[in-house]
Design a protein around this ligand. Structure first.
Ligand code: GDL
Length: 685
């Protein structure tokens, strides 16, 4: 590609940075990458695998002759594909900037790589300790001065390569103190780093949801040059359950003339990066069009349309799935593609043809574009699920929240709500079935190299969806509750996520992924333990809300609220916004200790031994906030060994009942002989 940036005559850098943590790609995969880059018009590859010993941890060590051979072959392969090979080194873990021996070691190492035919280099100082050692503090006035001094020296030592990149320690706006425009670190870099050295930047955050033109203009002013974007939009090294198969998105093409380049740091697994790299290439080839032209796509003002770019990528990817391919197992773990027909043909055996009375042969259904679209939507982007995934989540949420009205309705089973519930449950079931079919077709695809890279993810989503499907079916009363979900002794796939999953479920922020379904809170809230000073506000809120219900039936929970009973440890949280106290959740681990008579049946108390009193002011529209408040108390109850909790409401308290139903954390409990005028909601823990 011969696109140039407006600010210089240099070619716009476009391509891939292998800059993630974990297992680096194999040499064969990298060569395949160069082939794809050339085909799609991308021109750069930045070699920066975080866990390659000699790139970071043992950066001083020279390459052995065998390694040298491999690197030389790689550099030659990149050249043959018109891809600029940029060799990066990360010495920041332990370098002493002020020691001339260290500078010499760095120069020696890069000179060695230069001998392999490499002409472009990068010095990376991301993800390192910002505190300098005593010797460096004496020699340099700041960390930025130390990094810039060594980078300028190395740049000159290598005879000022045409492409030389520097990754700052503050490589995104979120890392700058107090801000990009006032960052002393960035100002020093901008001022002192030689102008021919280019600077990497990941955008507003490490993983940036959007990168705006204004944000690039701001950082370019400070850096005194347009940055090269190191884009982590498709990086998945921070979460082993996530993979990103959505299109390159939310980077307006108006950025192109304002940048020195864009390099994507994608998924650790090589093959699934087909979409990430293909759509980036489409973006790079796009141009900005007149603003007044009406466009269907989301990136208005440009001929880049992420949905269309995705469709193009998936169409090309689909063809790859049908190419018979096996990873090379002779080089264990290398996963290297082997497309050439093998010299050793497999032994031909007589073809087995079953008779009409025998089992027919298993035939694999071919994978479809719809399957791949669904796959991409299930594993979309870091801040966004694809449309189908979003619908599935929303539907499951609705089905769970409305099961009382639909299923336990005392009136005729075919009331309109029940009908709607059943129809939507059926549609949900169909969507789940499509995921299972997609899994089946994928796992039979001839290209085993791609399949194996995807396998853990598709298996995980298939299991997750199957559990949800069985759960909905049990809610509708068609089947008993799925044994994997509700059982005292489930199989291990009934409690997913391992120890890390356990930790997450115990944290109050568990459930934050609702951010995908509902937008982030409109206001700023604080959730904190209740103090004696809050007492009067708690009472005022309770009184105000009670007048709504016009009922006075006494509740055990009232005594928790008015201070006659003390909540259990960590079970007394209040919610506050700028207008003051706007909610609370108080709980008792053992409700029986507060009961004067046997108000509730023993059987119920065995399943739901704890009691919670909860109130949220109607001015809090953010369901996530209320959810976090309640979930925190539920976590504390669970931690203290409780197996279930109930809340009492007066039947007139319709607002709270509806609100809690929407949250989906509690459901109405069917309790025999319950005092008239009362509704109990609860949940197992
Ligand atoms: C980072 C690391 C990168 C990693 C990414 C996503 C940069 C400059 N450095 O901060 O190596 O893959 O996050 O986890 O992005």
């Amino acid at each position: 590609m011969s696109q140039t940036t407006s600010s210089s005559s240099k070619t716009f850098l476009s391509g891939v940075v292998e800059g993630f943590y974990g297992r680096p790609w194999t040499m064969e995969q990298r060569k395949e990458l160069f082939r794809r880059e050339q085909k799609w018009g991308l021109n750069t590859y930045l070699y920066a695998p975080k866990d390659d010993y000699k790139h970071r941890m043992y950066w001083r060590e020279l390459y052995t002759s065998e390694e040298a051979e491999q690197l030389m072959t790689l550099i030659t392969a990149a050249k043959a594909r018109d891809v600029e090979f940029v060799y990066a080194i990360s010495p920041g873990l332990d370098i002493t900037f002020s020691n001339p021996k260290e500078v010499a070691a760095l120069k020696r190492k890069l000179s060695q790589v230069c001998m392999f035919g490499c002409r472009s280099f990068a010095l990376l100082f991301d993800d390192i300790e910002t505190e300098m050692c005593a010797a460096d503090k004496e020699a340099f006035s700041s960390f930025a001065h130390a990094q810039v001094a060594i980078t300028n020296q190395v740049f000159q030592h290598l005879q000022e390569p045409q492409t030389f990149l520097f990754c700052p320690t503050d490589y995104c706006a979120a890392f700058c103190t107090p801000s990009v425009s006032q960052s002393t670190y960035l100002h020093t870099v901008g001022e002192k780093l030689l102008p021919a050295i280019d600077i990497l930047w990941t955008g507003p955050k490490v993983v940036s949801q959007d990168i705006s033109v204004a944000s690039i203009e701001e950082v370019s002013t400070v850096l005194r040059r347009p940055p090269v974007i190191w884009d982590n939009i498709h990086a998945n090294d921070y979460d082993p359950q996530r993979l990103f198969l959505g299109p390159f998105k939310n980077r307006p093409t108006e950025l192109i003339p304002k940048l020195r380049g864009v390099l994507t740091n994608p998924n650790c697994e090589f093959e699934p990066n087909f979409v990430a790299i293909h759509t980036l290439a489409t973006w790079c080839k796009s141009s900005t069009v007149q603003k007044d032209v009406s466009m269907d796509g989301e990136d208005q003002g440009s001929d880049y349309n992420p949905q269309e770019a995705l469709r193009l990528a998936l169409t090309d990817w689909l063809a790859e799935f049908s190419m018979a391919d096996q990873p090379d197992v002779s080089r264990a773990g290398s996963g290297c593609p082997k497309r050439e027909p093998s010299e050793e043909e497999p032994m031909q055996t007589d073809e087995y043809v079953p008779s009409p009375r025998e089992n027919p042969l298993y035939t694999a259904e071919p994978l479809t574009l719809e399957d791949l679209t669904l796959l991409s939507e299930l594993f979309y982007l870091p801040y966004e699920h694809g449309p189908t995934a979003l619908t599935m989540l929303t539907e499951l949420h609705w089905l769970r929240g409305n099961r009382d009205a639909a299923v336990f309705s005392p009136v005729a089973p075919e009331n309109s709500k029940a009908k709607e519930w059943r129809e939507r449950a059926e549609h949900f079931d169909e969507m789940c079935a499509a995921v299972v079919q997609m899994f089946n077709r994928l796992s039979n695809a001839p290209n085993r190299t791609i399949l194996y890279d995807l396998y853990n993810y598709i298996c995980d989503i298939k299991s997750g969806v199957s559990l949800a499907r069985a759960f909905v079916s049990s809610l509708g009363g068609q089947n008993p509750p799925p044994s994997q979900v509700i059982n005292d002794d489930p199989e291990p796939w009934g409690f997913r996520g391992g120890l890390s999953g356990e930790f997450q479920r115990m944290l109050p922020c568990h459930g934050n992924r609702d951010l995908f379904r509902t937008p982030p809170a409109a206001r700023v809230y604080t959730i904190r333990p209740c103090t004696p000073a809050d007492k009067s506000d708690v009472l005022r809120l309770t009184k105000e809300m009670q007048s709504e219900t016009l009922q006075q039936a006494a509740l055990i929970g009232d005594r928790l609220v008015n201070g006659q009973l003390s909540p259990s440890k960590h079970c007394d949280l209040v919610l506050e916004d700028e207008g003051g106290l706007c909610g609370f959740a108080f709980a008792l681990t053992d409700a029986k200790t507060a009961m004067t008579k046997s108000q509730y049946p023993e059987t119920m108390l065995r399943d739901f031994p704890s009691l919670m009193a909860v109130q949220i002011h109607p001015r809090v529209p953010d369901t996530n906030t209320a959810k976090r408040l309640i979930s925190s108390v539920l976590s504390s109850l669970k931690e203290s060994g409780s197996c279930g909790v109930f809340c009492e409401f007066r039947t007139g308290d319709k607002r709270m009942l509806d609100f809690l139903r929407t949250l989906g954390l509690l459901h109405v409990l069917q309790v025999e002989g319950l005092q008239a005028g009362l509704v109990l909601m609860g949940t197992k823990l």
